[in-house]
Design a protein around this ligand. Structure first.
Ligand code: DQA
Length: 147
């Protein structure tokens, strides 16, 4: 197994910082990336970080993570719509943490259902950018427990 964690971001997350700041906060995606890199290096892990607005590209990125320590995935709105992402996660078998900046359960009802939750290792939401750091720490701890 490699020492790599993949952090994958879906649609509209490139707009963090200006996108609905009352919900998503002031941090940009570049800020989130810095936090993820610091967290990964603290755990002795390399980080691959991507964002795409396209569902099929996210499928490709999940498949490309085969053999990694884990995936931290904020699939954005595709969380609530995408059977293709669910199937990709199940197919590659890489431990995946579903993360959200906002507490999706405190928001509209359509955000309460996730196609991904049944096939991921765990879900972290509501902690802003810290959701990502907690996801990386959880995968690193899990990996040690399995070693
Ligand atoms: C989100 C929550 C989703 O419901 C939404 O569509 C997003 C962002 C979050 O990080 O809180 O794009 O995944």
């Amino acid at each position: 197994m490699s020492d790599i964690i993949h952090v994958l971001n879906g649609p509209n997350l490139n707009l963090l910082g200006t996108r609905e700041p009352a919900i998503y906060g002031a941090a940009t995606l570049a800020d989130v990336e810095v936090l993820c890199r610091e967290t990964a290096s603290r755990h002795g892990l390399e980080l691959v970080f991507h964002q795409t607005n396209h569902e099929g590209v996210l499928v490709d990125l999940i498949q490309a993570a085969a053999g990694a320590v884990g995936i931290v995935l904020n699939a954005g709105a595709y969380t609530h719509t995408s059977v293709a992402l669910r199937d990709a996660i199940a197919a590659v078998g890489v431990p995946t943490v579903e993360v959200h900046l906002s507490n999706v359960f405190a928001r509209e009802a359509f955000r309460h259902h996730s196609f991904l939750s049944p096939v991921v290792r765990g879900v972290i939401c509501g902690f802003g950018p810290q959701s990502y750091a907690l996801g990386i720490a959880a995968l690193a701890t899990d990996r040690q427990a399995r070693a």
